[in-house]
Design a protein around this ligand. Structure first.
Ligand code: ZN
Length: 147
């Protein structure tokens, strides 16, 4: 698929090859599963949220394409130390940008993933980890699916 090459910036390659915060979080108090049947991406997000609503740790594991893996990896780096409220705001902004909307807010490292906006099927790969995290925050029992 030639469209992928344009999306694969070096940062994405790097996060895909060497995902940050990868693995099961033993003392997690939030957890959710996500699945993108269109691409075959699946992942589980583990979170440790403290009494003040601050995300102390986030990890993920699973199997997915480069975009979903890189997005999950970058996401974990963004979320550690943030409140669940901030996490939802970051997700809203990211979602707005990758679906082609205007957003005045600086989205930092997530910027590398915004190339997906021209490829609707890839938007699902990039947002799957975020939808899954949202479900974990809201302690939703049903697995998340993009379809
Ligand atoms: Zn994918």
């Amino acid at each position: 698929m030639s469209d992928l090459r344009e999306l694969y910036q070096e940062v994405i390659f790097d996060h895909n090859r060497n995902p940050r915060n990868y693995g099961v979080l033993e003392n997690a108090n939030r957890k959710a599963e996500g699945f993108n049947p269109l691409c075959g991406d699946q992942l589980t997000v583990y979170m440790l949220v403290n009494d003040q609503g601050i995300i102390e740790k986030v990890t993920f594991e699973g199997q997915g394409c480069a975009i979903s893996t890189a997005s999950a990896s970058i996401m974990t780096e963004e979320l550690i130390g943030k409140t669940v409220q901030q996490a939802q705001e970051i997700f809203d902004n990211f979602h707005t940008v990758v679906t082609g909307g205007d957003c005045d807010v600086e989205i930092g490292k997530l910027q590398v993933l915004t190339g997906v906006k021209d490829y609707p099927t890839r938007v699902k790969c990039a947002t799957l980890p975020w939808h899954t995290t949202n479900a974990a925050i809201n302690q939703q029992d049903e697995p998340v699916t993009t379809e």
